[in-house]
Design a protein around this ligand. Structure first.
Ligand code: SF4
Length: 292
């Protein structure tokens, strides 16, 4: 049994893969909507502890092909440490195909192009970046710690290093006041610096962050309901025209509607699916089937 420090989070698409905690918590840990690591202090797990976890996992399943480095932003670890971990993974898992990780944008920007290239060569092929929105005013309100230009630079820097990016956008983040600029700014960012994968999820606030999140809007926050979020989804899709193909998913358990397609090729079909759901032709996912 692996010795995980709970809570443990990973992207939906990593459900079948080996989750290896290289760091604990999130080095930033201040995004106002995020409760994931509020009870954890960011720290690096010592290499000998990580090695023991890898050894144990290799005994259980030596055929592991994909490894996700947890927690919130393993890329905050020194590059030498990550290279040591990658080397161990290569050593213990002869069929290893991919290492992936969450990445807070500033931790990508802090690494030099050659460091990112070394990590790519060592197996880091995918990072998950929460861009949340492309609107700077909203990013400041939610205390993301990065603006849209930094997000664009993060996406471009990963692309230059041949590290794929899966970017996440949060529907409902700006409530009813900011939704239009949230959608417009996000579409601009994605069209200018397309990630390889794009996913949307619906805002859900845990009890321990809801008050602070709302307070930062200084009285102007009115939450979006499902219909408002579906409208955001529709408008965002209709504006997306990336110059390179982007694989789009809204398969996160928070969503009222699960969508899948390639942009821009499937844009009209995706918009139509949202419109049909808004019109009641297709049902929304029931509340009891949703989660965060
Ligand atoms: S960077 Fe990610 S994990 Fe860290 S607080 Fe923000 S949303 Fe949460």
């Amino acid at each position: 049994m692996l010795n995980y420090d709970m809570p443990l989070y990973r992207p939906p698409s990593e459900a079948e893969n080996f989750i290896l905690q290289v760091t604990l918590g999130c080095s930033f840990n201040r995004c106002s909507f995020c409760s994931m690591y509020r009870d954890k202090t960011y720290e690096l797990k010592p290499l000998d502890v990580v090695r023991s976890e890898i050894e144990l996992a290799a005994q259980l399943d030596p055929g592991i092909r994909r490894v996700f480095l947890a927690d919130g932003d393993a890329l905050g670890a020194p590059t030498t440490h990550l290279l040591d971990v990658a080397q161990l993974l290569t050593q213990y898992f002869p069929h290893l195909q991919r290492i992936s990780s969450y990445a807070w944008p500033l931790n990508v920007l802090k690494k030099s192009p050659s460091e990112l290239g070394e990590l790519r060569d060592a197996g880091l092929k995918l990072v998950y970046v929460g861009i949340e929105s492309g609107d700077d005013e909203l990013l400041r309100i939610i205390r993301k710690g990065a603006n849209s230009q930094m997000h664009g630079e993060t996406l471009a820097k990963c692309r230059a290093a041949r590290i794929k990016v899966s970017a996440t956008v949060v529907l409902g983040l700006g409530g009813q006041k900011y939704w239009r600029q949230h959608v417009d700014g996000t579409a601009n960012l994605i069209n200018e610096a397309p990630p390889n994968y794009l996913s949307t999820l619906q805002l859900g606030l845990a009890e321990n962050v809801a008050e602070d999140f709302v307070a930062r809007f200084k009285g102007s926050y009115v939450a979006q309901n499902d219909d408002g979020m579906l409208l955001e989804q529709r408008e965002l899709l209709s504006l997306l025209d990336p110059p390179r193909p982007v694989i789009f998913r809204s398969n996160h358990a928070s969503n009222a509607l699960a969508l899948a397609g390639n942009l821009p090729k499937d844009r009209e079909r995706l918009v139509m699916e949202v419109d049909d759901t808004r019109a009641g032709i297709y049902p929304k996912r029931p509340r009891w089937m949703r989660g965060y």
